[in-house]
Design a protein around this ligand. Structure first.
Ligand code: PLP
Length: 510
């Protein structure tokens, strides 16, 4: 409680040098146990300096990692009850609460009934969105191999499976999170990135998906999986689900997983639920309650339309795991829905958070942080002389770049082009277009680095289609208007300082 009450007084981002802790700690553990008072003192003295405070109201980097008191209490109870909980018999409450709260969540997110445990689907809590992607990719791979060789038997089938495996391709848009590429590495398949265009707000279109599928087939490869994103990491882009669903009609063997790691939380609000209209055409969906939905890390909620595909790929039952309840088929054994065997009691914190906030409280949190994002966006829009936004504001994220000065005194005195990048570059030759981008990238990077080195706020940057941009996220549980306004002031002050150090052509004034 003390930490949270005073967190705003701390420096949001750690400034220690790599290896700082080795100099502060002894070479080995103490021979005799120490008193807790002495151990606890070292939290402030040795650990705090090396922490970046993700719960700080000025933490506006990456995506948030929510923390709340009900979430923490869930963690505390879970620690007290620690058990491996890999199957129902291990601790029936662990399994049953998970099934119930994930059904609550599926309904709250407006997922189709096919994703509920009462049908053929259901939800399971994973550690992270990346883990969810590996898990479903393995299920997708096995389903594809099983179904595409179903007409064969015995050794002939084994050979066909081995040969097909080498031709499998997992797809994801070039804006999809890198976890799809990593999952393909782990699953032992190829990966191919499908282009997404700025003109489509960086969402994957059906046309580009179809082209990628056709190209793979032309090369003798077999696309078996696609990650479709609801809120990409760089700009919170949403892929064109309706168009992707259309392409699937001609390619029903492709498993589509919807990665809604961060932005999926917004689906608790009715105004975002149109995004679920095509979910029934897809196979799995995952969102992290621990990013934007007030639940402590880790709580990645994975839903599948047919749970059978997970067991078919992941269930191995040696005799020591057999028991009458599992054999009866009347209980859920979540070990078959995930990669590890053991699992934590993570449903407790979701239950505590849902009950403490209620569905209205969860919606209010999303709406109030989206509103802060819109406020930040409107402030950025009010200074076209300094900033340009890359894509429309989305899910409490604003993505912006710094615009360079007009390029020369001649231009400055002639008809003035807007300094926004689009107009700026259209007013010049193609060479000037590239120069404008180089200037803008250089300036944006300098502003980003200067803001973070001042360390009053902490933000992140990313390069999208060759454009260097700054991301500002207002979805932190402690976000408030005064912090967002101050963040904008810092950005303006820093941009003006940095720009004054540069000539119009982006070179540093000596
Ligand atoms: N997908 C998206 C869209 C993300 O933004 C992220 C991380 O921010 C991930 C996946 C990976 O998340 P995790 O850390 O839960 O694996």
């Amino acid at each position: 409680v003390n930490y949270y009450d005073t967190i705003g007084e701390r420096r949001v981002v750690s400034e220690v040098e790599p290896g700082y802790l080795r100099n502060l700690l002894p070479d080995g553990p103490p021979r005799e146990g120490e008193r807790w008072e002495d151990i606890q003192k070292d939290i402030e003295a040795k650990i705090m300096p090396g922490l970046t405070h993700w719960q700080h109201p000025n933490f506006m980097a990456w995506f948030p990692a929510s923390s709340t008191y009900p979430g923490m209490l869930g963690e505390l109870y879970s620690s007290a009850f620690t058990a491996a909980a890999f199957n129902w018999l291990c601790s029936p409450a662990v399994t049953e609460l998970e099934t119930i709260v994930l059904d609550w969540l599926a309904k709250l997110l407006n997922l189709p009934p096919s994703f509920l445990s009462s049908g053929e689907g259901g939800g399971v809590i994973q550690g992270s969105a990346s883990e969810a992607i590996v898990t479903v990719m393995v299920a997708a791979r096995d389903k594809y191999l099983r179904e595409s060789t179903a007409h064969l038997e015995g050794a002939e089938r084994d050979t066909a499976i081995a040969e097909t495996r080498g031709r499998l391709v997992a797809l994801g848009s070039e804006m999809a999170h890198s976890s799809t590429q990593k999952a393909a590495l782990i699953a032992g398949t190829r990966f191919r990135a499908v282009p997404a265009e700025l003109g489509d707000d960086l969402g994957l279109t059906g046309e580009n998906f179809r082209k990628a599928v056709d190209q793979c087939k032309l090369e003798g490869l077999e696309p078996f999986y696609l990650t479709a994103s609801l809120g990409t990491t760089a700009t919170c882009a949403v892929d064109k689900f309706g168009e992707i669903a259309e392409v699937l009609k001609e390619n029903p063997a492709i498993w589509v997983h919807v990665d809604a790691a961060y932005a999926g939380a917004a689906l608790v609000c009715e105004e975002y639920q149109h995004l679920t209209h095509h979910m029934d055409a897809f196979d799995s969906f995952d969102m992290n309650m621990h990013k934007w939905l007030l639940t402590n890390f880790d709580a990645s909620c994975l839903f599948v339309k047919r749970r059978r595909h997970l067991f078919d790929a992941l269930s191995v039952t040696p005799s020591y795991l057999r028991n009458e309840f599992s054999d009866s088929g009347l209980v859920t054994d979540y070990r078959d829905w995930q990669i590890p065997l053991g699992r934590r009691f993570r449903a407790l914190k979701i239950w505590f958070v849902m009950r403490t906030y209620g569905t209205e409280g969860l919606k209010n949190h999303i709406r109030s942080t989206v509103k802060l994002g819109e406020l930040f966006y409107s402030m950025v829009q009010s200074r076209p002389d300094l900033f340009e936004v890359l894509t429309p504001p989305a899910f409490a994220l604003t993505v912006l770049s710094v615009v360079p000065h007009p390029r020369s005194p001649a231009l400055a005195s002639g008809p003035q082009p807007s300094t926004a990048r689009g107009a700026y570059s259209n007013s010049f030759t193609p060479d000037a277009t590239s120069q404008a981008l180089i200037d803008s990238n250089l300036l944006t990077k300098q502003v980003y680095e200067a803001v973070n080195s001042r360390a009053e706020i902490f933000i992140t940057s990313v390069v999208v289609k060759g454009i260097y941009v700054i991301r500002v996220v207002s979805a932190n549980p402690k976000a408030e208007e005064k912090y967002i306004r101050r963040a904008f002031e810092i950005l303006v002050e820093t941009t003006e300082e940095v720009r004054n150090r540069f000539r119009g052509d982006g070179r540093k004034v000596p």
